[in-house]
Design a protein. Sequence first.
Length: 214
Amino acid sequence: MVRQGDAVDEKIMDAALVRLLQVGIRRASLDDIARRSGLNRVTIYRRFAGKDNLIEAVIMREIERMLAEVGRIAAEGTDVDDQIERTALYVLRQARSHPLLTQLIEVSPEEAMEFYTVRGEEMVSSAIGYIVTILERGQAVGVLDAYDARPVAELLARLAHSLLLTPLGGVDFRDEGQASSFVRTAVVPLVRHGATAGRSAVREAPANEQSYTR
């Protein structure tokens, strides 16, 4: 779960974020972070129990901020397909361009890979839970079909995680046209109708569609 911090926690994480972007994980010492935050190592240990927990907290805070923006985008407008497309494109862009996620890989790739793979469970789990909430909200107002939201949420969360680790493949997500086409043909139907095998489960959207997050 994402920790609920106070102003001191935020100050420590702000200092840690700056240092991570500068030198990577291994070289970002608690002494450096303490000096930058104007606090001492004892305070950092008391609140985060070491550097690994602090770095995880920084990464999870950035993910939480990204998910908050996802919720804002998803709530705009009334065209459901457009909402889904804009939301998905935002997430995919962030997965390949967010400064923390990408800079860590560039500055210290081996260390970053450990956090995003071996220690990546919390990142993926947090994203799954948030996506499930959005999907179930859309189902509750009748703009998304009734299906088990968790498998779909897991597919979407793992897609973003995979794009972070392997940005290039069959689709070049740096190309807005290719990314939009992929989202329209693969992600939008998945979110609207679930992981169904045939067209029989697909329903026509009502003429007066509501926002899928309202």
